[in-house]
Design a binder for this molecule. Structure first.
Ligand SMILES: Nc1ncnc2c1ncn2CCCCCNC(=O)c1cc(-c2ccc(F)cc2)cc(O)c1O
Ligand SMILES: [Mg+2]
Length: 214
């Protein structure tokens, strides 16, 4: 069952990866998900869309909501400039423990700061951690929290003109209230990138990019 996916993935990673190589870790996770069992990582197809948006944005302060096993954290960190700050928030301690080891093995400890807790409690703490705003936010956690968390980010003053919100799964599993909110809000300029559900060519999914114009 998907239940123990993170533990089985970690066992596979321990046996197969080349330490200190983020790209090899990403490829190893994708290969496992294509050949053994699929996990809820953003994957290689949507991951390429995420990579392009990160490279185009060239963000110095980044937030990810929903670390899971650390796959997208590695994809994002791999494309960040030297002096950037990247925070990833994970709610589930078991997933966070696996992500910590995967990030460490990939040699990306100094690029990624993982926080464990519910997003609604973590977001209000960033100002106190010296974060003025986020240049890019990758939203990939509880689908019902996309809308309230983006509203909370704005309320906390953590979005600035030009801040980019990248949301996974806006088709499947879907986040209809978020899509409705962000597309009908004059403060955001949104673009939809149609794609496929990770590791499932036959299932439609999409990434939504929303630029905060304030
Ligand atoms: N910081 C925080 N705050 C609150 N909750 C938090 C959190 N951090 C984590 N969580 C708790 C949610 C973690 C899981 C979120 N992701 C998903 O639920 C997800 C599911 C699928 C999926 C695929 C095939 C299927 F058949 C069905 C579903 C695909 C995806 O790409 C997904 O991202
Ligand atoms: Mg996702």
């Amino acid at each position: 069952t998907a239940e123990g996916f993170h533990l089985r993935l970690l066992e596979h990673v321990r046996k197969t990866v080349k330490p200190g190589d983020a790209s090899n870790m990403i490829a190893t996770i994708d290969n496992y998900c294509y050949t053994v069992e699929s996990g809820m990582n953003v994957g290689d197809v949507k991951g390429k869309i995420l990579d392009d948006i990160v490279l185009e944005t060239n963000p110095t302060t980044v937030l990810e909501l929903g670390t899971f096993c650390g796959y997208s954290a590695l994809r994002i960190a791999r494309n960040l400039p030297e002096n950037s700050r990247f925070f990833t928030v994970e709610f589930n301690p078991e997933h966070a423990a696996v992500a910590k080891e995967i990030i460490h093995t990939a040699g990306m400890d100094d690029k990624i700061q993982m926080l464990i807790g519910p997003s609604q409690e973590m977001i209000p703490q960033f100002k106190g951690m010296g974060v003025s705003h986020f240049d890019l936010v990758f939203v990939d956690h509880e689908k019902d929290l996309y809308k309230p968390d983006v509203i909370l980010l704005e309320k906390e003053g953590l979005l600035k003109k030009g801040s980019v919100i990248v949301a996974d799964n806006v088709v499947y599993p879907g986040s209809p209230d978020y899509i409705d909110y962000v597309r009908n809000n004059p403060k955001f300029k949104s673009t939809n990138y149609m794609s496929e559900l990770e590791y499932h060519k036959d299932v439609v999914d999409a990434i939504e990019k929303s630029i905060y114009i304030g």
